[in-house]
Design a protein around this ligand. Structure first.
Ligand code: PBG
Length: 323
């Protein structure tokens, strides 16, 4: 006999009351803002597929990072666009690459902003795949050493966290061992543990110039139909030494976030990816949705599903809205 004894609307009557009983509160402290760094200096070029985001040279990335820090956002994650690409992605492996340069500039400019780096070959390889290619095959084991070298270069430059997004088997262990044997045992590892072969990466690939030149990523990224397999991927990465795990994309995978949150007692991150952001921006531009309310609802839902950490292109907008 719930009604009339029970009237849930009683607790929805005023703003104060709603705030008092609110179960989920996502804030700038939960967010990580992606930055795309390019060679050179004084560069700040708008990215057409990601309105509000820019290709930034290291000096401009440092300015941007200071603004991100002042907004109370937890950190930035860096993606690099190198001068040139080759089959091995060699420009991603050096200490003076575009990402290490930006890491140093940001660390020098900011007091305590977290600097995370994305570790993957696809931005640096001429074929656009996330691993070493032989024929039409993306080879797993020869890729691990390259990812480990890239991680060490990022760590030496001052990254607090490295985040491998390639989905090769065994890369977390390979990276952990390489970091530890290079004296970087304090650098944390956030693994893109359950990363799906998703159509929602479209705007990012335009921004990063990382569209595969042949085939697709389905031989290494996960099938969107699978959730149990995500739990296996997470378990393996934790065994290999991941400190935090990520589910990506976020919005079509809220059930996966929830299952990972319930099963594992480690910080869980989710990536609110480029396509999710671009859809909101595009619909808002047309006047079809309210950007602020939509983005807030999306971030709240990802947090409610169980993500402690959210990587999002909306981080700066959101931090301003809640100020
Ligand atoms: C690199 C990488 C991708 C994203 C993050 N790291 C693209 C991909 O796997 O093709 C996507 C991020 C986004 O769409 O916002 N492997």
């Amino acid at each position: 006999m719930p009604f009339p004894a029970h009237r849930p609307r009683r607790l929805r009557r005023t703003d104060r009351l709603r705030a008092l009983v609110r179960e989920t509160q996502v804030g700038p402290k939960n967010l990580i803002y992606p930055l795309f760094v390019v060679p050179g200096s004084g560069k700040r070029l708008p990215i057409s597929s990601l309105p509000g985001c820019f290709h930034l040279s290291a000096d401009e990335a440092a300015k941007e990072a200071r603004e991100v820090e002042s907004l109370g956002i937890a950190g930035v994650i860096l993606f690099g666009l190198p001068e040139g690409k080759d089959a091995q992605g060699s420009q991603g492996l050096t200490d003076d690459g575009v990402v290490p340069e930006a890491v140093r500039a940001i660390r020098a400019a900011c007091r305590d902003l977290l600097v995370v780096t994305d570790v993957c070959l696809c931005e640096y390889t001429s074929h656009g795949h996330c691993g070493v290619v032989e024929g039409e095959e993306v080879r797993n084991d020869p890729t691990l050493e390259l990812l480990a070298r890239m991680s060490v270069a990022h760590a030496k430059a001052g990254a607090h966290v490295v985040a491998p997004s390639d989905m090769m088997d065994g890369r977390v262990g390979a990276i952990r061992r390489a970091l530890d044997s290079s004296g970087e045992s304090d650098v944390a590892l956030l693994s893109y543990a359950a990363k799906y072969a998703s159509a929602f990466y479209g705007p990012f690939r335009e921004a990063a110039g990382s569209t595969p030149q042949f085939g697709d990523r389905r031989s290494y990224q996960m099938d969107p139909a699978n959730a149990r397999e995500a739990l296996k991927e997470v378990a393996l990465d934790l065994d290999e030494g991941a400190d935090m795990v990520m589910v990506k994309p976020a919005l079509s995978y809220l059930d996966v976030i929830r299952r990972v949150r319930d099963r594992f007692d480690v910080p869980v991150a989710a990536y609110n990816v480029s396509g999710e952001y671009a859809m909101v921006k595009a619909a808002a531009e047309k006047g079809w949705i309210d950007e602020r309310r939509t983005a807030t609802e999306i971030l709240t839902s990802i947090h409610r599903a169980g993500a402690d950490i959210i990587l999002t292109y909306h981080a700066k907008d959101f931090a301003r809205w809640v100020k």
